[in-house]
Write a protein that binds this ligand. Sequence first.
Ligand code: SDX
Length: 376
Amino acid sequence: MSDHYLPGLEHVIANETSISYLDVEKEEIVIRGYDLIELARHVTYLDCVGLLLEGALPSGQRLLEIESQIQSVYGLPSNVRAILHLMPDQADMMDVLRTGISALASFDEELDDRSPDANKRKAIRLLAKVPQIVAYGYRAITKQPLVEPDPALSYSANFLYMITGVIPTPIEEAIFDQSLIVYSEHELPNSSFTARVIASTQSDLYGALVGAVASLKGTLHGGANEAVMHMLLEAGSEDDLEVLIRSKLARKERIMGFGHRVYMRKPDPRALLMKEALAQLAVTCNQPELYDMCVRGEEIMRTEKGLHPNLDYYAAPVYYLLGIPIELFTPVFLASRTLGISAHVMEQHANNRLFRPRVRYTGARDLHPPLRRNSS
Ligand code: SDX
């Protein structure tokens, strides 16, 4: 038995996979052989559904079939809607999402079927319904009228429409679709690893996704995008952001949206793409100062800590300008990543080995004398 212990499993290879790989040297995120950034520039999120769940970019005909399969299973069981309405007003939206997915599991007749075809059908149902749990859940606890999907809209346009109630412009739809692609899959982050660990016991896809929701909620992981936006709004200007960042660094606090376990001191290619998107939206929304503020923050962190922004740093202001409520930033991240997580669970179920690591024990041993009940 090997006895080397790497805290946080840093640098540990935990899986073999044909799904994705972060090639840090080449600064490329490989998704089944394609560069994720090239996918975001040239295809749609539904193309990536075909690539990740079926192993190849779909033909035109297959893409239409995927779109109609998803549209045909839009809608949430009335009991699930009722449960969303029962959530308290102050509920964290990731907890609402976790609850909604858990409730949904009981309505899926193929829940415990781990065959590739059944898992793929469940993944398609989740890709249709998770965005609705995000949008409905938020509108339910904020007492707003629910927005039903419009079959005339694309998958991404519908997701944004169900959240904001406003049909997105072509540029908003394109940028949101790009964001869903770059959030869709990223090798073995804590949340996907959590899903694979759960799936390795032969538990079901819904349960694995619920575990991933709980993981992604943490601010060291997906929760960072919401924390970034709160930091930008707290600062309010370029100069005040510099003061805020420097004061946080002086208190040894982490600046959300910077750093990455794998990229470490190299840039996150996804952040660069979302930075371009923010530049575009800052012009169309007439908010150039938001873009300038983010660039200033990036410059400070690079000079002070040698750290680069990760995807969350630029995705946050993009989502803000798209009109997405801040408390939905991480739920949107999870909705997009439902695709990658489903691919990981399918792969785990198809070629499984139960995850069961060991420990390096540092507690007491050989306690003497053995415990005796005292006579009193
Ligand atoms: C995501 O895994 C994935 O791929 C995740 C993700 C995905 O797509 O699924 O990419 C999404 O989760 C992106 C990360 C979002 N989280 C944040 O933005 C939170 C802020 N980031 C940090 O907490 C941190 O960078 C982590 C958690 C992302 C990575 O932490 P590590 O690898 O454990 O690094 P570390 O804590 O050991 O830090 C190494 C050094 C330390 O300095 P020293 O104490 O050695 O002097 O870098 C410093 C840290 O203090 N550091 C930071 C920092 N991140 C690291 N200092 C200030 N601000 C930061 N953000």
